[in-house]
Structures are given as C-alpha cells and as structure tokens.
Design a protein around this ligand. Sequence first.
Ligand code: NAP
Length: 532
Amino acid sequence: MNARIPDDAAADHAPVTFATDIAIIGTGFAGLGMAIRLRQAGLTDFVVAEKAHSVGGTWRDNHYPGCACDVQSHVYSFSFAPNPRWTRMFARQPEIRAYLEDCARRFGVERHLRFGHELTSAVYDDTRRRWHLRFANGQQWSARVLISAMGGLSRAALPDIPGIDTFKGRAFHSQHWDHAYPLEGKRVAVIGTGASAIQFVPQIAPRVAHLDLFQRTPPWVMPKADRAVRPVEQWLFRHLPFTQKVMRSALYCMLESRAFGFAIHPSLMKTAQKVAQRHLRRQVRDPQLRAKLTPDYTMGCKRVLISNDYFPALSRANVSVTTSAIERIEEDAVITSDGVRHPADCLIFGTGFQVADPFARGVVRGRGGVDIVDTWRDGAHAYLGTTLPGYPNFFMIVGPNTGLGHNSMVFMIESQVEYILRALKTMQSERAEAIEVHPHVERAYNEQIQQKLARAIWSTGGCKSWYLDPRTGKNTTLWPGFAYRFRQATRTFSMDDYFAYSPAPQTVNGHAAAPSRVHAHANTASAEAEAR
Ligand code: NAP
C-alpha cells in the first residue's frame, strides 16, 4: 500500500510524497470507525491523516473539567466494540478517549495513522480523477477517494465582543482549557451556558474566589440519570455479552422515543418541560435566580442539557448569574449594558463552535476548483449528509443534517460508514473509478429534509440556536426525526443516484487503466451540465 510515486507524476502539484487509494481525515469516532470497517471489509489501501499526535477527535480536544458524554455510554460506543468496562452510565472524557485509543489498537488501524498531518487543502484534479491533499507539515498526498471525518464541532467559536483583544488576564475557550492556569482565588468570568459550560462551571465554582456567569439564553436542564456501573453489571457484560446488547437496545429505544417530541409532535415537549421546571424548583430556592434560569422558549428548540450539579453551583454564594448583555471587555473586566463593571482575572469562553461553515475557505475544492464554502453559501447540504454534486469521490461523515438532539451520534456515524463502504464496494464491482451524486437526487433529498424540519421544534420553538444557519435560518445540522430512518435511508447504495466515471485514461502512477465495465457511464461534461 501507499506506493511512493515520482514527483513528476504529480505535474503541476509537485512534489506529491504519497499516493493512496483512500484518505481519511480525522481520528474521532467517525475516522476510526471508517478505518476499522474498511479493514474488516478487506480494503487496506488507506491512510488516516490526523492533525494532532493522538487519536480521539472531540474526545481528545475537549478535556475541560467535568467533560463527559451526555448520552449513555452503552449507546455512545461502536456497535462492533461494546465496552463491558464502562465505569459510569455517562462516561467521562478520559474514559471515552481511552476507549477510542483501545479501538485503534485492537482493530489494527494504528499502522494506517499519520499524526501531525493537518489538512490545509484538498483539491480535486479532474484530469487524473484524484484528490490532491496538502498538509501543514509540507506533505502532499494523492488519493482517489477522500473521506472527511473532521467533525462538525471542531472549530472553536469566539464571540465578537468589542475589546476582547484588550483583556490582559488569561483567556481561553473551553476546547483549549489551560490546566496549568491556577483558578484558585481568581475572579473568573464565564461566557456561555451551553452543554460545555454546564459541565465545567460546577467543577470550577468551588475553586475560584468569584465566578461571574454571563448567560444570554437559559438552557432547559433535565436531571441526569448518572450512576456508577455496578461490578455485577460489568461481570455480566463481560461474561454474557448479550446482556449489554439488551441494555444498549433498551437505551437506544428510550432515546429514540424522544424524537416524537422533537420532530413529530412538538407539543409533547410541554410535558417534558414540567420535569425540567420541577428540577429547577427543587434545586434553586432563590426565586430571583430561578426566574433568570427559566427559559422562555419551548424545550428542545436548543439542545436539552442534563445535569444534577449545574443549578446547585449557581446557587453558591461566590457565583453570580448575569443576564444583562455584554457590552464590551476591558483589560481587567467585563462591562455589561446596565453599566456594571465585572472585574475578572480570567475569561473562559463556553461559546461553542463554528458550525455553519464546517470547512474553512480553501480547505476543500471540488471539480473546477470550486470551494465548498461557495457551494454552501446558502447553507450546507449534501445527499444523505455524505456526498455532494461537484465533489466526486468525496464522502463526509457527520456532514450536513446528520446531527441528533435526541440519540447517539455514533449510530449516525456507523450508518454513514456502512453507506460509504457499500459505495466503495459497488464502485469496485462495477469498475467505476469515481462517482458523483446527481444534482437532482441531492436537491430532491434536501427539499424533503427541509420540509420536515420546518415542522420540527428547532424551527417552531421560538429560539435561536446553532442548529440554524445564521445567514438563511435554514436548519443545516440536524436530521429531522428518528435515527432509525437515517439507518434505513443509508442501508442501500444505489448507483442510479450517481454518475459513475470509468477509469481515467492514465492513472497517477503511470500504469495503464483497466477496461471499464461501468454501465452508468458519464463524463465530467454531463455532470457539469446537470449541475447547471
Ligand atoms: P453551545 O451549545 O453553542 O453554547 C454556546 C453558549 O455560548 C450559549 O449559551 C450561547 O448563548 C453563548 N454565547 C455564544 N456567543 C455569545 C456571545 N457573543 N455573548 C454571550 N453568550 C454567547 O456550545 P457548547 O456548550 O460548547 O456545546 C456545543 C455542542 O457541543 C453541544 O450542543 C453538543 O452538541 C456538543 N457537546 C456535547 C457534549 C456532550 O456531553 N456530549 C458536551 C459539550 C458539548 P445563546 O444560547 O444565547 O446562543
């Protein structure tokens, strides 16, 4: 595998240092899952590029205090790699990271990993029908197939607050937590009250002198049914593996039932709201604080959070919740619109991720050099969240409209991995060198998705959230309904949905191309014509 190819073969892209059949970018659940399943399917000519020096994706990058999964670990794990050793129902970050490292070792994908490879650009070369990849370390690869497993929540978002650069104290985003900075005795300002902040605020509140929490929108918070996994359960999972399968299925069904409220009958969310209101009443005695923490939109419109220690942390004497808008930041304070100055030694941004533009400009360019940022100028879209017209042999995992608010993302990831595997096998059996989804297929699919989303809670619940594209208001992130429907939709791969290109007259390594048996013949011109 990975034949070294002569520099001159890459012509205008010299020097290419590596040629591979399949390049995967990223080693989180998506990249590792894809790599493992490729190996299991006997496809071994692939390489996985990873910008960091270890695997884990979001579970490597996010290590803030209290970082944990908010989906039960028996479901938030690969179906082919159950872990009987989970210590808690909702595993914490170090355990999830260790699980992914163990999977990479156990399933033999370590030899395919290339660390320190941060993708800076992937450009499709239509003549050679190959992707040309450049990395920040100067390496350049050529790959027939490109699989993006870069994740939708990997680029930290910092708020656009005047004066943010003038702050003289320590400032960091939750994803770039500075564990070396001693919070003890400091005045800390936390901006944001999303899934990350509600996990780290209870951890740091007892350590700091004072914590100012700046809340723009209160989240709906439900009790977290967390507990240690009992030794007897671990024994059962180890010795009678079907017991863990039963547990996984039960949890999956319980989570799946929540889609009724989110996507089918948003009015059902009112019942769930009562549980959250009771949780708030029980945990917060102060009516003024309770009023600040009570959302004014329907539950589910934003991600529903779960926590047992968030509200008690906000009730502490050394914690204040500020709901006035932040006007500016000065060198040692946050100034709010009511004119109050909140002195701070440290600023922590729990302000989420750049979701609307999953790829920075210049990183992915398809046929004719078209940047994916321009293709998506009205919001991201793809067929089954995976393939995109104009981007042959480009597959995305956790692409547009594959996110879930109610169930495990690993289920969606595995659905996409299997779909891509089927696509690759079909290409192999039909001797297609490249495929590209028909624009009309992709368009019809997305029209349907958007119709369903228009009725769902994320559009009707009366809130603004990162689920919606800020430019168009379109929901480009979530799958509209039951996760099993996505599994059904991705269960078969149909070549009828795609243009299939027979091998290019000359391949990148100079060998003569095998004769084509592709029946759904196409050429670039016909794909371009349909795209118009
Ligand atoms: P987030 O949910 O996007 O929350 C960002 C927070 O920052 C929100 O409260 C937002 O307020 C606030 N904010 C943003 N810009 C602001 C500004 N200019 N001024 C004031 N406040 C501002 O981000 P996150 O908490 O990092 O979570 C992101 C996603 O990561 C989650 O939804 C989830 O999918 C995932 N996640 C998962 C887990 C897990 O356990 N599995 C844990 C953490 C994160 P508004 O609400 O008003 O916009």
